[in-house]
Design a protein around this ligand. Structure first.
Ligand code: COA
Ligand code: AMP
Length: 634
């Protein structure tokens, strides 16, 4: 098939969706087992912008696990856990997964967890993290997974907001060179939170056992073994499946809500559409269950589609070397690998000629998908030349749960346009808008927005916060969802995502709020005011840089204060913030109305040319900042 025929296949499916979106999604819904079929495909009058598949009743766990066993595929591997951190490789078949998930669901039910109750999951990359998520889905309980790199205070904020009945946790996580004791972090978080869970099941890992608090904590494996298997609980299509907290522009994270019906339909559909994977194929998303990529493409989508999912506990480099990704692909016959560009940059840095790759048979690998941040063209070109397979950058967000734009192996469209995130997925009408909400000309930069309604799987709202949902996403451009990203749509329909329009930064594919870091810095007794900006980093894409103005009369030396501030961000937000650079400045550039000019500061730190903002209070300060930041960057 030639390029123009390939483009036609994508074009015709996309056009068919545009003409009859409900027909497109009704057909996709046929890939899911429903206890009661939806009475309609979409209800525009429910929720802030509408709800998908109203009247439908289903169970997500049944669709991800039970139905594959019922269809005779019980012996097929469901999850392959590959852990260079422990030297273990363990395969769980669909039948074994069903047994473990049903028993854990039974154990949770015995501890009072039922439909609609929340369960926090604070786990490293072990199979039990996925088993915990699926057990909640089985009960109709709502899980909220918290990434292990977050500190106790962040975990506490999520416990306080979600008010979980139970918590699933492991005794420890394993990072290169250190064992992270999770349980003391959990104990501290429960201490800080006004809400207390009634039960905690703790997975005791052999690397570090945790002390259990009598009356609240129990051994996970013992509870699971003793429990009776619990059947799937039917839930409404619009009932919540999970809450995933993500960074907003303030310190208070947003609880992105995911429903059951729309999520199952869109994710199942995406496996063939984007990745070209189906029953029996091995799919590996090298991410973490704490992030949306982990929710969607380590756990739910591959299992909904009957694939084998690889769950990897390790890093792209150092565990033990930059050939690990290729070793895992070869050992498990991975068909599609999905990771973040930062991981490829880390591999490129260690093994620029790709010598380690030559040791492995990658004949089964068909494509590499990248997301989490824009892939810089040199990295995409490098890894493409190395692998000789399609390398697809695709753009998405925690809020959407699957790709807004991408390449479509299921539709034959996956040629590379380095620097672009691909074309809009069927389901998304992506437009670049000017400040007045008018579409800009092709190739012009604007705010990237999605015409409402959002497709299935996208957040119907924020947990307990409809107003914040409207304010954050719907108010800027009436009739559209504002992605918070800026970029352009070119004449061929390729979307180019260039930067955020808010104070969110992307560090090693991890989304972080500079506002949250500023709140921590401002809490230090010696700090009068501060700014945190994301500056360019050749490995992590961006890293945060803090600038603080000290209160008058502070005599402590600068090195001590900046060390304290770096420690404070690590303690309050967590090591994942990668906040390592902080400097004391005499003053910060501001507008006449007192707003700190963060975008200008970022440009100065990155050595980019900048326009002196007309609203600046005192232009002379910019020369001062250039001197300070240049000295710091050296
Ligand atoms: N639990 C506890 N701590 C964690 C953690 C976890 N689950 N994950 C990361 N951390 C810690 C790390 O140990 C590190 O701590 P340190 O400051 O003491 O070294 C810190 O958080 C930053 O971690 P990380 O972002 O992994 O940076 P790194 O410098 O250790 O490694 C990369 C750099 C590029 C190898 C790594 O960031 C990476 O693999 N990135 C890919 C990210 C990804 O897949 N994102 C998913 C989006 S699709
Ligand atoms: P998260 O919610 O953590 O997945 O982060 C979402 C944000 O990451 C998006 O709004 C973008 O800013 C950025 N992002 C993710 N994937 C891409 C991509 N392929 N290209 C450009 N930016 C991306």
């Amino acid at each position: 098939m030639n390029a123009s025929q390939e483009a036609t296949r994508y074009d015709s499916v996309y056009a068919a969706w545009r003409q009859q979106p409900e027909t497109y999604w009704a057909k996709a819904a046929g890939g899911i087992d429903w206890t009661v079929a939806p009475r309609a495909t979409f209800d525009a009058n429910d929720g802030p912008y509408g709800r998908w598949f109203p009247g439908g009743v289903l169970n997500t766990c049944h669709n991800a696990v039970d139905r594959h066993v019922a269809a005779g595929r019980g012996v097929q591997p469901a999850i392959i856990w590959d852990s260079p951190m422990t030297g273990q490789v363990e395969t769980t078949s669909y039948a074994q997964l069903l047994d473990r998930v049903a028993r854990l669901a039974g154990a949770l039910a015995a501890r009072g967890v039922g439909k609609g109750d929340r369960v926090i999951i604070y786990m490293p990359m072990v199979p039990e993290a996925a088993i915990g998520m699926l057990a909640c889905a089985r009960l109709g309980a709502v899980h909220s997974v918290v990434f292990g790199g977050f500190a106790a205070a962040e975990l506490a904020a999520r416990i306080a907001d979600a008010e979980p009945k139970a918590i699933l946790c492991a005794s420890c996580g394993l990072e290169p060179g250190r064992t992270v004791a999770y349980k003391p972090l959990l104990d501290a978080a429960i201490g800080l939170s006004p809400h207390k869970p009634s039960a905690c099941l703790v997975l005791q890992r052999p690397q570090l056992a945790a002390a259990l608090q009598p009356g609240r904590d129990e051994d996970w494996l013992a509870a699971e073994a003793a429990a009776a298997p619990h059947p799937c609980v039917p839930v409404a299509s619009t009932d919540p499946l999970y809450i995933l907290y993500t960074s907003g522009t303030t310190g208070k994270p947003k609880g992105v809500l995911r429903d059951n019906g729309g999520h199952a339909v869109a994710l199942h559909n995406s496996m063939r559409l984007l990745y070209g994977c189906g029953i029996g194929d091995v799919f590996w998303a090298a991410s973490d269950v704490g992030w949306v990529v982990g929710h969607s493409y380590i756990v739910y989508a591959p299992l909904l589609a009957g694939c084998t999912s690889v769950l990897f506990e390790g890093k792209p480099v150092g565990t033990p070397d930059a050939g690990t990704f290729w070793r895992v692909c070869a050992d498990h016959k991975v068909k599609v690998l999905f990771t973040a560009p930062t991981a490829i940059r880390a591999i490129k840095k260690e093994d620029p000629e790709g010598k380690l790759l030559a040791k492995y048979d990658l004949s089964r690998l068909e494509a590499l998908f990248l997301a989490g941040e824009r892939c810089d063209p040199p990295t995409q070109v490098w890894v493409h030349a190395l692998l000789g397979k399609p390398v697809v950058d695709h753009w998405w967000q925690t809020e959407t749960g699957w790709a807004i734009t991408g390449g479509f192996r299921g539709l034959g469209l996956f040629e590379m346009h380095p620097g672009s995130g691909g074309k809009a997925s069927p389901g998304y009408d992506v437009q670049a808008l000017d400040e007045a909400g008018q579409q800009v000309a092709p190739g012009q930069i604007g705010s990237l927005a999605i015409k409402l309604p959002l497709p299935p799987s996208c957040l119907p709202t924020l947990y307990k916060a409809d107003d914040r949902f409207r304010e954050s996403y719907l108010e800027a451009f009436p009739g559209y969802y504002n992605t918070g990203d800026a970029g352009m749509v070119d004449a061929e329909g390729y979307v180019w995502v260039m930067s955020r329009t808010d104070d969110i930064i992307n560090v090693a594919g991890h989304r972080l709020s500079t506002g949250a870091m500023e709140e921590v810095l401002a809490g230090h007794p010696d700090v009068a005011e501060c700014a945190v900006v994301g500056i360019k980093d050749s490995l992590k894409g961006q890293v945060p840089l803090g600038m603080v103005v000290l209160k008058a009369g502070v005599t402590k030396d600068e090195a001590t204060i900046t060390r304290e501030l770096v420690g404070l961000v690590r303690e309050k937000i967590g090591p994942v913030a990668a906040f390592k650079d902080c400097t004391v400045v005499a003053r910060l550039p501001k507008t006449r109305s007192g707003k700190i000019l963060r975008a200008t500061l970022r440009k100065i730190a990155d050595g980019e040319t900048y326009v002196v903002p007309p609203t600046i209070d005192d232009p002379a300060i910019l020369n001062e900042m250039e001197g300070t930041l240049k000295a710091l960057m050296r």
